[in-house]
Design a protein around this ligand. Structure first.
Ligand SMILES: C[S@@+](CC[C@H](N)C(=O)[O-])C[C@H]1O[C@@H](n2cnc3c(N)ncnc32)[C@H](O)[C@@H]1O
Length: 265
């Protein structure tokens, strides 16, 4: 799936196999690879960061969340993973990818973090997102199936603009967000928008293909920036490490369990 160099970690990531596929699920592509490359480039910081709870929004095949879990591996003990996707088939494929690589994440078939926002507020230390970013007619956004993997509406910003405020609510004080954007999405304006919420940003990977110019941007809270007045949200900034079990036991009806699947409907 992904040709890489010779170091040990990279070769483990390269071994991520497409164990399951589905015509309606996004296969890892340049954007997925660029996101994993950004995480690899930032790996030593991630290890030092010692995240407790990592989340992927829009997990597709599971390539990114499986890579992240392998990358942090045993070097960050106790880290837990959660991934969401609106596409039920994507949740199933992700489940198989994770299982085949001996890693685990709680998988939820939901829109961004719908049904989880209160419980996860202020708890996510690392969030990764490769959103649907392709400019399309507005009515293509959120359609069932594979189109939802890329359809981003005007300037490709429809889903991105929905994700950003939710990320702000879910990220912990030390939370980091890694997001794929396209030049057409106006990444500098996204950074400005996040700056108004109190985040600094940095481009970790910039890559141009024949079709698109991608930026993988990392956002983190910068307490030197005075954010706009925030909504009054209750956040769980001091929740204990093994929090996912408790949190997700309350939303088990949304979770993909080993015995089968169910969704929020
Ligand atoms: C570009 S694909 C990325 C898939 C995978 N993360 C990767 O990098 O290969 C975008 C994914 O986001 C999902 N998605 C689209 N809108 C979403 C939403 N509102 N909430 C959660 N997932 C969404 C799609 O179903 C698709 O799997």
């Amino acid at each position: 799936m992904h040709n890489r160099g010779s170091n040990k970690i990279s070769s483990r990531i390269a071994q991520i196999r497409l164990v399951s596929s589905h015509p309606e699920v996004y296969e890892p592509c340049d954007d997925s690879f660029a996101l994993v490359d950004a995480l690899l480039a930032d790996r030593s910081n991630l290890l030092e960061h010692r995240p407790t709870l990592c989340m992927e929004v829009g997990c597709g095949s599971g390539y990114v969340i499986a890579s992240l879990a392998l990358m942090l591996g045993e070097e960050v003990p106790g880290v837990q993973y959660i991934a969401t996707d609106t596409n039920r088939c994507a949740v199933e494929v992700t489940h198989e990818t994770l299982q085949a690589h001996g890693v685990h994440a709680e998988l939820i078939n939901t829109d961004i973090a719908s049904g989880l926002e209160k419980r996860l507020a202020g708890l996510i230390d690392v969030m990764v997102v490769n959103p649907p970013y392709v400019p399309t007619p507005e009515d293509e956004v959120g359609r069932e199936g594979i189109a939802s993997a890329w359809a981003g509406g005007e300037n490709g910003r429809r889903v991105i603009d929905k994700i950003l405020p939710i990320a702000d609510k879910l990220l912990s004080d030390r939370g980091w967000l890694y997001m794929v954007t396209l030049t057409t999405n106006n990444p500098s304006q996204i950074c400005l928008q996040m700056r108004e919420k109190g985040y600094a940003s940095r481009i970790i990977v910039q890559r141009s293909t024949e079709e698109e110019s991608l930026h993988i941007i990392k956002f983190w809270r910068d307490f030197g920036i005075k954010p706009d007045a925030k909504e009054n949200v209750t956040v769980n900034r001091t929740a204990p490490a093994r929090i996912l079990d408790t949190l997700l036991s309350q939303v088990h009806w949304l979770s993909l369990k080993k015995s089968g699947t169910s969704n929020s409907s």
